[in-house]
Design a protein around this ligand. Structure first.
Ligand code: SAH
Length: 365
């Protein structure tokens, strides 16, 4: 096995618990290596730090899979996935659609496994994981003996890491429950692995705040927020998305939940949609902003901040007195503090007051 030797001082962050090694932190790579295979990682004095897959093309060249001297093999994957399931079972997080394995958080950097009913959807995000996808299959088999396994890699990650993404499709649609809602999932046809599972708790929470309110679901995708809100007694919902496919999925879900009569769907750019609603003097009791990432890089943070400011300002102006805004960011380069300062910072709030949008309640945000 090859050894990745870090520059002096680079081991500090790793010893403190961070599992990533950037190319600029590497002093040397000794021994015969192959792209995507496991390497040992040591500090500049040769002390062992751990083991991970080597990604020669990416800036992030290695993410530790283990910090002890143990083989990186199918048994390690089995141990990690069993622990991931046990943790979620104990925490009450197992449901019809949930994330079983979340990469670094479950000790398997570069691997996401989502469960949709009987199907495990496997997403490889690093070259090493793509090369060892068979181990993932072999490790999942005994955990879910009757289950299906579907591979749905992320094309962006595949491009960065240098592998061909495998994207399998499942012809038959699945119906999964989430809180009081039911959602149709066509695995392999939609975004992500099917649903945005990371917003599951927020969709349910927003539902609990929606009774009697007119709601706006901007960047709605499959309409999850709107379905929960309408099921919980929202007066009406307006759903905005630029993707016709997303809106078709949303329409399907509104129908499945029997709430389509109170919903209006509109295709188009949500930036324009928000502006038009504002120009018409529309008001809502509940606004959801759940846009795609505006940036993945630190270099574009300013432009992203402007985007967030624009939509949040417009959303605040659309609130009726006592209205609620639930606003989200999934831009890697935008920290929680920055996002908070954009949304709750002077400009947006002052404008909201000028417009007398009424008291803004942040509890739902
Ligand atoms: N709230 C959803 C997830 C939203 S994902 C949920 O909980 O499931 C972001 C959505 O924004 C995608 O459906 C994408 O099609 C849409 N989108 C991207 N850019 C957009 C734009 N400029 N205007 C409107 N929708 C956009």
């Amino acid at each position: 096995m090859a050894t990745l030797i870090l520059k002096r001082g680079a081991e500090r962050r790793i010893r403190a618990g961070h599992p990533w090694i950037y190319r600029g932190e590497v002093a040397d790579l000794k021994g015969s290596w192959s792209a995507g295979a496991a390497v040992d990682v040591t500090d500049s004095a040769g002390r062992f730090l751990g083991r991970g897959f080597y990604s020669p093309r990416a800036t992030l060249v290695c993410r530790l899979l283990t910090r002890v001297d143990e083989p990186v093999d199918v048994a390690l994957f089995q141990k990690r996935l069993a622990a991931a399931r046990e943790y979620r079972r104990a925490a009450g997080l197992v449901s019809a659609a949930y994330r079983l394995c979340w990469s670094e958080a479950d000790g398997l950097p570069g691997l996401v496994v989502d469960r949709y009913g009987p199907v495990s959807v496997v997403q490889c995000l690093t070259l090493g994981m793509a090369r060892t996808a068979e181990w993932v299959r072999d490790a999942l088999g005994p955990l879910f003996p009757d289950g299906e396994i579907l591979r749905l890699d992320d094309p962006t990650a595949a491009r960065i890491e240098g592998f061909d993404p495998v994207r399998e499709a499942r012809p038959a649609e699945l119906i999964v429950e989430e809180g009081a809602g039911r959602f149709a999932v066509s695995l392999g046809a939609g975004h992500k692995t099917g649903l945005y599972l990371d917003q599951r708790e927020n969709r349910v929470l927003v539902g609990s705040l929606a009774r009697g309110r007119r709601m706006l679901d901007a960047f709605c995708y499959a309409g999850g927020f709107a379905c929960h809100a309408l099921l919980a007694g929202a007066a009406s919902a307006l759903l905005l998305d630029s993707s016709a496919d997303a809106l078709a999925q949303a329409r399907r879900n509104l129908g499945l939940n029997g709430v389509e009569e109170r919903a209006t769907l509109r295709e188009g750019n949500a930036f324009d949609g928000l502006r038009e609603l504002q120009a018409r003097g529309e008001r809502f009791g509940l606004v959801i902003l759940d846009p795609p990432p505006f940036t993945r890089h630190k270099s574009a943070v300013e432009a992203a901040a402007r985007g967030y400011k624009e939509i949040n300002l417009r959303a605040l102006r659309l609130l009726e007195p006592g209205g609620l805004l639930a606003t989200f960011s999934c831009s890697g380069g935008v920290s929680q503090e920055l996002f908070q300062s954009i949304v709750a910072g002077g400009d947006c709030i002052e404008d909201a007051h000028v417009l007398r949008a009424g008291p803004v309640d942040w509890t739902g945000a």
